[in-house]
Design a binder for this molecule. Structure first.
Ligand code: GTP
Ligand code: MG
Length: 584
């Protein structure tokens, strides 16, 4: 099936033509038939000579009903532009064409109707010139009469050729069915209709309803008046929803594949049409079948930020249209550049934002999004319409590679700084590191910790002597060889230098847990603490500093800070008379 929307000035014969082609009545309302005028969208279909089906969305031409017209053409990528031979090109011919152009409609043809009343030549020539200057380009034109039927075979053939030239429907992409009608069927409940431009619907599918939180379920599907288990794009479709009250849904709502659309009331867009500076502060945004008032904030020459009166399920790259309802003026098309733009709070933020937007073209670009957002969940990107084909760095997080490298460096720096500031702690608490780096999720910290760092017991620290830089590891080895059998004799300052242990090497060894720092330039091997407790426990309790010093065979330079460290760790307790006991 292919779907075509009509377009053209009031009374130019759109509905008559649809009726003549399909034998169906597009004017559904009694009032329309009484007034001889289309007010709302009409739907009809027929089989073409090729055997294919064409479905029409017949729109009203009267200037008062342009919003209805826009709801009909919004989701439809092909147009049948109707011009009356006897009246020629008229204001809504122009306004409808401007709308099609703004939406980027690229497929269409012209029918010059009422050709029994006047020479169709001039109207056809004018229409083709006007249309050639738009996204439709050069289109075929056919003269017809809805009254006599002249030209209808040629028009059917032209519709067949138009259908053959349309791009193949995309059936595997997520569904966003813009609702153009909703009604109740006795015994079935709520039914909505729309043009399924992309994707596939099946009975039993669960869908999101833009604007509501609970999912809805497809109870039945109809297309071209027949019940079907499945409908694939492109198609007109009626969806029966289980348990969804009729008043929950209406034109401008959308049924969505769950998890695939971001609902946003703030978008940055590029304009095609009037310059940003010329736009009024409020306009109506038309997209799909929706029409939403927006506040316009110019950013660059052709870029603006739109604040929507209600959120819509928009994707990067979507095309929409801005219209000034007061002036009956389509100000132009818009291309959505960003559906989750940053706030513009700081001074100069708008100027900076305009520069960023100048680089964007509305084509989803993962690398660019990552560069701008630095860290973002895959699901969030998918809901913006950005395909994710890069692996996450952790969980479902994606990161800009340069930013991720910087974060890795910061982890090393922060852990080292923490170790300097808290030398006796066995590493930096993971959450402290997360906060320090302003990371939104703990799994990111975990992924950033690489050897020689590791996470142990909720802290980030060095992995041990094995992870040490080679010269430091060698120096520690020598300390072990020389002092292993007198573990409480700390090397003197000049001996440390001889061993190659300057302040930085000591720092690294201490962070790695290969040395224990008691004070500046006073280091022991790490097992010394447990050994000391064992020796001290063998003394008569309580014991004095001097007794401890002798038992450990060391000097005051080591004994004093060693006992203080044991006190802090709770291994020993200092009594009021300065003697100590081993605890436990
Ligand atoms: N003689 C003649 N009259 C026509 C032809 N097509 C339409 N008409 C008449 O023109 C009038 C308007 O036709 P419609 O088909 O309602 O026009 P429309 O474009 O659908 O109008 P709106 O939906 O209100 O914009 C009706 O009286 C039709 O009978 C035609 O080819 N020849
Ligand atoms: Mg009509």
């Amino acid at each position: 099936m292919f779907v075509v929307a009509t377009a053209g000035h009031v009374d130019h014969g759109k509905s008559t033509l649809v009726r003549a082609l399909t034998g169906m009545e597009p004017d559904r309302w009694a009032e329309e038939r009484r007034r001889g005028m289309t007010i709302d969208l009409g739907f009809a279909w027929t089989t073409l000579p090729s055997g294919g089906t064409v479905a029409f969305v017949d729109v009203p031409g009267h200037e008062r009903f342009v919003p209805n017209m826009l709801a009909g053409v919004g989701p439809v990528p092909a147009a049948l532009i109707v011009v009356a031979a006897d009246e020629g090109w008229m204001p809504q011919s122009a306004e409808h064409l401007a709308a099609l152009d703004a939406l980027g409609v690229a497929y269409g043809l012209v029918a010059v109707t009422r050709a029994d009343l006047a020479d169709p030549g001039p109207a056809m020539a004018r229409a083709r010139v006007e249309i050639a200057a738009t996204s439709l380009g050069t289109v075929p034109a056919v003269a017809v009469s809805g009254l006599t039927g002249a030209g209808l075979p040629e028009l059917r053939a032209a519709l067949d050729r138009l259908a053959a030239g349309l791009p193949a429907p995309v059936v595997d992409d997520p569904v966003r069915l813009w609702v153009d009608r909703s009604f109740t069927v006795r015994g079935s409940g709520t039914v909505v209709t729309g043009t399924l431009g992309v994707g596939r619907l099946r009975v039993g599918d669960e869908l999101e309803l833009a604007g509501a939180d609970e999912p809805v379920r497809v109870r039945g599907l109809h297309s071209l008046g027949e019940a079907r288990p499945e409908v694939t794009a492109v198609a007109r479709v009626a969806v029966n929803l289980r348990g969804t009250p009729r008043d929950r849904l209406g034109r401008g709502d959308a049924l969505l594949t769950p998890g695939r659309f971001h609902r946003t009331d703030l978008v940055d867009v590029r304009l095609a049409g009037d310059p940003a500076a010329d736009l009024p502060a409020t306009l109506t945004l038309h997209v799909g079948s929706a029409a939403v008032p927006v506040r316009v904030r110019p950013l660059g020459l052709d870029t603006v930020r739109l604040r929507l009166a209600r959120p819509l399920p928009l994707l990067v790259g979507d095309r929409a249209l801005l219209r000034d309802p007061g002036r009956h003026h389509v100000t132009g098309g818009v291309r959505v550049l960003d559906v989750a733009p940053p706030p513009l709070a700081r001074r100069g933020a708008a100027v900076a934002r305009a520069q960023v937007l100048a680089e964007l073209d509305g084509r989803p670009d993962l690398a660019g999004e990552l560069r701008r957002r630095r860290l973002v969940r895959a699901g969030a990107l998918i809901r913006m319409g950005v395909p994710v084909d890069a692996p996450p760095v952790a969980g479902d997080w994606l990161a800009d590679p340069a930013h991720w490298r910087r974060l890795g460096e910061q982890v090393t720096e922060e852990v080292a700084r923490y170790a300097r500031e808290h030398p006796l702690e066995p590493g930096m608490p993971v959450d402290a590191l997360r906060q320090r780096l302003a990371l939104p999720d703990r799994v990111l910290v975990e992924a950033l910790v690489r050897p020689p760092l590791r996470i142990h017991a909720g802290r980030v620290g060095a992995a041990g002597a094995d992870g040490l830089p080679e010269p430091v590891a060698r120096a520690v080895q020598r300390v072990r060889a020389e002092y292993g059998d007198r573990p409480f004799r700390a090397p003197e300052a000049d001996r440390l230098v001889d061993l190659g242990l300057g302040p930085r090497e000591i720092g690294a060894a201490v962070r790695a847990g290969a040395l224990l720092r008691l004070a500046d330039n006073v280091v022991l091997l790490p097992d010394a603490l447990d050994d000391a407790v064992r020796v001290l426990a063998g003394l008569p309790q309580p014991f004095t500093l001097s007794a401890a010093r002798q038992a450990l065979d060391t000097t005051r330079r080591v004994a004093v800070p060693l006992l203080e460290l044991l006190d802090r760790r709770g291994a020993t307790r200092r009594l009021p008379d300065d003697a100590r006991i081993v605890v436990g």
